[in-house]
Design a protein around this ligand. Structure first.
Ligand code: PMP
Length: 773
């Protein structure tokens, strides 16, 4: 039964056993090349080097299971490569004296087809002898062979051979032959992963005829350069990415730093053939599958066909050792590293070393701010993880823009798909912008019935301010004490956090954020605070156009919305015919865990809602939603058009984000994980006096650090040290508040309990170091 497994026939038969004299005879008689024969290795064919007076050849005596169809595929493929990539150093067939591509010879009742090829110089390098450039060239060569074969077709091209990664799941039938219990268990686990993660999508990968065995045994090197590509015996129609996985497995088990070597090979490959996201995602599993095929086939042959020994056994122990070490690293981590290498190589700019990058950045960007005293150079991300240029991963508990996770495949596919299809503007009809507008309005209160698209939170707030000023005919504003609303002239004025020289513009007044009374003294009520602010504004000659607020008061130090207080404030504004602008750039897109929008945690009904940041998961897109009576005033006066605002690519990104939030139940997850994180932090606050307060809504969490709980002295330096300490332990958070003493924890919404545990554990150890318990 086992001998009838698909693709196993070629692995069972032993290579033919011609002697050198007979080989010399065949070379002379059938091919007209007279010379001495020296036997070379071969897994299932027998190969002889023939040294003649005017050159060297390889006489290839095929296994009797390989008939004329198989050889014809290989011959045609070589001919195709000579036409499409004449500079690739592939072996060239030499016809028989009669002009045929092969000749047939009988041996022990079996027919063997025999070919002669030109002999290519060079040899198989050991991993250590390949430097960066050689590894890069190897990767490029693998890609070029695939590219050269891209348009090749042959009716017999589906050669069934168990080395084809398509048959990985079938290896399960052979693992009984692995003697070592631990290795057998490892094989089971790798196969389980393969069945789970790779098999379901294998048939939808890019497929074509590929070489299928471009190991360092078959890509020859001479003085660090590729000199020959040989052995097309496993050529078949299968997933294109298999060639890269096979090359990686070949390099990684020979090198002392497998990931470093893999990166260079990948770089060479993707520069010619960029990987699709679905290929990059399974690359690690395909490398594991190749290593496993190797181990299993050798083990099985040693049990069932002990007479068959060939070069495939050489190095197989290193193959097992690599597979074991990859599993120890974690196949998820391996997969991410290879994917990151594949996708981050696939970009139109050169990679730079950190020191070079820093100095060149300084030259062209001056003192443009960077996080951390030791800045981080990220090259990739996945979910809640970011990867730096050395391949180290960081837990991201800070970036809210990537709301549905770094490198989210659905968003990437939506953006990539739309970019390659159409990128226009809203002056042409398009479904995406209409669908997105409808989807957004469905989530907002009745009455908000218009959407306008721009490209950043600042632009959205700027437009909101213009709308409010036009609709009310006023120019006074009220904001919170340490608000931030953007970088344009109008929005800087609305941002006390960024007021130049801390000077208040005449037309702006502030109200305190909701604060716990025990550390801020007696608070005026919401109505009192707003009345006082409006009085001050009025005394300077301004009536309120709008109260602009971030429902989570992120820049003020993170305060959960207090409905009663905010409703009273909004009421005072509405009484004077001013408008309420909810700036959802931070609080929106599910951050609170209860609704899509932060203001929905209160009874306030805004007249204008602005959104941005997470809206495109990293793609720049922002919007303003308002009522038609408000929008029409500005539209009638000046109109409003933004070249990029609402373009189909941005809308595709924004629609994909909404889909993922809904389909993956991210609001519920945010509620659950936010509460869990909060409990852990409250527990920690009982052990560290420096934690004065833990505030949060969903997964917007503020941990206020104070050096003296009685007079509530902000522990600004400690907060900075904690943020830096977490960075050194590879966890990212930030800080906020007017004294910058509030730890800002605001992870992508795909943050899970395990991630919260890691954050809590690392924070605990950093606080222990910084604050001595
Ligand atoms: N509003 C709020 C509440 C913000 O936090 C920010 C950005 N941090 C902005 C507006 C401005 O958004 P952008 O940087 O996209 O212009």
């Amino acid at each position: 039964m086992r001998e009838t497994l698909r693709g196993i026939a070629p692995l069972v038969a032993s290579p033919p056993a011609f002697d050198a004299t007979r080989a010399e005879h065949i070379a002379a008689q059938r091919f007209g090349e007279l010379g001495a024969a020296t036997e070379l290795g071969g897994e299932r064919d027998q190969n002889f080097r023939i040294d003649t007076d005017d050159g060297r050849y390889v006489l290839k005596i095929s296994n009797h299971t390989d008939g004329p169809e198989t050889l014809d595929v290989q011959a045609e493929a070589l001919r195709h490569i000579s036409r499409t990539a004449p500079d690739l150093p592939v072996m060239q067939p030499v016809p028989t004296v009669e002009g045929n591509p092969w000749t047939a010879v009988e041996m022990d009742g079996e027919t063997h087809l025999i070919r002669l090829f030109t002999f290519l110089p060079g040899g198989s390098p050991s991993g250590g002898t390949l430097d960066e450039d050689a590894l890069y060239e190897y990767g490029g060569t693998v890609a070029r062979v695939g590219r050269a074969l891209r348009g090749f077709f042959h009716p017999d091209a589906r050669y069934e051979v168990l080395w084809d990664l398509r048959y990985t799941s079938d290896l399960r039938e052979l693992i009984y032959a692995i003697k070592d219990d631990q290795r057998r268990a490892l094989a089971e686990r790798v196969l389980d992963r393969f069945d789970d993660r790779v098999a379901p999508s294998f048939e939808s990968l890019r497929a074509q005829v590929i070489h299928n065995d471009l190991t360092l045994d078959n890509v020859l090197f001479d003085e660090g350069k590729v000199s020959g590509i040989v052995d097309f015996g496993d050529l078949t129609h299968t997933a294109l990415v298999s060639d890269l996985a096979i090359a990686l497995a070949s390099v990684m088990h020979r090198c002392t730093d497998p990931f470093d070597a893999a990166r260079h090979v990948i770089r060479g490959y993707v520069e010619i053939t960029p990987l699709t996201d679905s290929e990059a995602r399974i690359l690690g599993d395909l490398v594991a599958a190749r290593l496993l095929s190797w181990g299993v086939i050798v083990a099985w042959r040693s049990v069932e066909h002990p007479e068959k020994t060939d070069h495939t056994t050489t190095g197989v122990e290193d193959g097992w050792a690599l597979l074991q070490s990859l599993e120890r690293t974690g196949l998820d981590v391996v997969g991410r590293r290879l994917r990151t290498a594949a996708l981050s190589s696939n970009v139109p700019y050169p990679r730079m070393e950190q020191s070079e990058l820093l100095s060149r950045r300084q030259t062209v960007m001056g003192d443009s701010p960077l996080f951390y005293c030791d800045p981080v150079h990220f090259v990739g991300g996945e979910g809640v993880w970011l990867f730096d240029s050395a391949g180290r991963r960081y837990l991201d508990a800070y970036n809210n823009v990537q709301v549905v996770g770094h490198g989210n495949a659905r968003v990437a596919d939506a953006v990539g798909g739309q970019v390659s299809k159409l990128t226009t503007n809203t002056r042409y009809l398009h479904e995406a912008v209409v669908t997105l507008s409808e989807r957004l309005l469905e989530t907002l209160p009745d009455g908000l019935d218009r959407v306008m698209f721009v490209n950043s939170g600042s632009e959205a707030n700027d437009l909101a301010w213009r709308l409010a000023a036009a609709a009310t005919g006023r120019d006074g504003a009220v904001v919170s004490e340490h608000a931030y609303h953007g970088i344009t002239d109008a929005t800087v004025a609305l941002s006390p956090a960024d007021w130049p020289r801390k000077t208040r513009p005449d037309h702006v007044e502030t109200v305190p954020p909701p604060a716990r009374s025990h550390h801020r003294g007696a608070q005026p009520s919401g109505a009192e605070a707003m009345t006082a602010a409006l009085d001050r504004l009025g005394r300077r000659g301004y009536d309120p156009a709008a109260f602009v607020f971030d429902p989570l008061f992120t820049s003020d130090g993170i305060f959960p919305p207090n409905s009663e207080r905010l409703t009273a404030m909004a009421g005072r504004i509405h009484d004077l015919d001013g408008l309420i602008i909810a700036d959802e750039v931070q609080a929106g897109y599910g951050r609170t865990g209860s609704n899509l929008w932060g203001f929905q945690a209160t009874d306030v009904v805004p007249d204008i809602v602005t959104m941005g940041k997470p809206m495109g998961n990293g793609h720049p897109v922002a919007a303003v939603a308002t009522r038609s009576d408000i929008a029409s005033v500005l539209m009638d006066r000046t109109g409003m058009f933004s070249t990029f605002g609402g373009n189909p690519v941005s809308c595709a990104a924004a629609l994909a984000v909404m889909d993922v939030i809904e389909d993956e139940g991210l609001l519920a997850q945010t509620r659950e994980v936010g509460a869990y994180l909060h409990d852990g932090l409250v527990d920690m606050s009982t052990r560290y006096d420096v934690i004065g307060d833990v505030r949060r809504e969903g997964t917007m969490v503020g941990v206020e650090l104070v050096s003296d709980e009685d007079d509530w002295t902000p522990a600004t330096d400690t907060a900075k040290d904690v943020v830096e300490g977490l960075r050194r332990r590879r966890v990212l958070i930030g800080s906020s508040g007017s004294s910058d003493n509030v730890l800002k924890i605001r992870p992508p919404l795909v943050f899970e309990r395990d991630h919260a545990d890691r954050l809590l554990g690392v924070l605990d150890s950093v606080l222990e170091t910084e604050c001595d318990g």
